[in-house]
Design a protein around this ligand. Sequence first.
Ligand SMILES: Nc1nc2c(ncn2[C@@H]2O[C@H](COP(=O)(O)OP(=O)(O)O)[C@@H](O)[C@H]2O)c(=O)[nH]1
Ligand SMILES: [Mg+2]
Length: 389
Amino acid sequence: MSKIILFSFMLLQQMSCGILFGCLKAGGMYRTWHPHPILLDFNDPFSTEVKPRILLMGLRRSGKSSIQKVVFHKMSPNETLFLESTNKICREDVSNSSFVNFQIWDFPGQIDFFDPTFDYEMIFRGTGALIFVIDSQDDYMEALARLHLTVTRAYKVNPDINFEIFIHKVDGLSDDHKIETQRDIHQRANDDLADAGLEKIHLSFYLTSIYDHSIFEAFSKVVQKLIPQLPTLENLLNIFISNSGIEKAFLFDVVSKIYIATDSTPVDMQTYELCCDMIDVVIDISCIYGLKDDGTGTPYDKESMAIIKLNNTTVLYLKEVTKFLALVCFVREESFERKGLIDYNFHCFRKAIQEVFEVRMKVVRSRKHQSHLQKNKRPTPNGTPRMPL
Ligand SMILES: Nc1nc2c(ncn2[C@@H]2O[C@H](COP(=O)(O)OP(=O)(O)O)[C@@H](O)[C@H]2O)c(=O)[nH]1
Ligand SMILES: [Mg+2]
């Protein structure tokens, strides 16, 4: 199935595009494409060893399940109004690409996390990032107290955790109010830490909402901190764009629209939003016209590519990099005339990415092998090894 799409957009009609995407997503066109949540298994040390774990925490109704559904399941934000409250800890593996390979643990607010029977040490030990969601439209004093308790306990167990605070639901606040709320929360959270003599703990703050791209942008930054290959990817992107006359390039995880790397020029929100919209267009159209008659096939494969010409002499160019990653570039029209050069450089870039990917796969495989050997070496209760060694 070929997916060459040539668009010539007269205007950056973000509004109308938004409506179109909303309708398509609400129809649940490709929801089967996503991993399903699985129940918590505490006795699974191997998974924490290989995959950095992201914990999603916060008070009840702060928006945790909504964030997870919108970012990883393409649920439309309005549908989250009908989400039932979570009463189990829910662990989801998001291992759709080797670069975005982590777990989200959605904690229901009402669980007493510090119940002595609850093994929080075990949970924090394998955690890469702890996202704490604060509802900015509500009184946040209780949330701040909970944040402090959570952060201090988690830090004691594992000082390497990245603490990421999502000041959430900011769509309901005016611009001034947003800044004021962020300042206030930042100040209070850090004062609480200083009072406890823990000023060395670093908290990162993000203003987020599921009703715009801020939640994807924030998640991108959280995930990037957990990708050890990030400097290599950035370097590759820098080399690629400077040799191809490209203005800006993002490496996207197509399913979640998290950008896992970009070149070192600054990112502006509008550029990122345009890339997200482009991915939506490509996947939505592929879902409608690209699948086989019986509905089989995938909406994204080796042939996936798209060119969108904007009326401001910019060209958006999307190409498949790996099964789950896409490169989206911003190119000036005059530079796009040398498309052959861009394509050649892209070919080299893709090869390099695959090599980075291969190294990682080798490490994962050898760790798996070692863990398997260790398991088998462990004697059974009567002291005999499980397998001949
Ligand atoms: N205005 C607004 N409402 C949100 C946002 N995120 C979530 N919500 C709403 O907050 C409510 C609680 O969300 P839920 O995900 O169930 O919270 P949880 O208990 O933390 O999992 C739902 O009605 C959501 O629609 C947001 O960014 N903005
Ligand atoms: Mg929930």
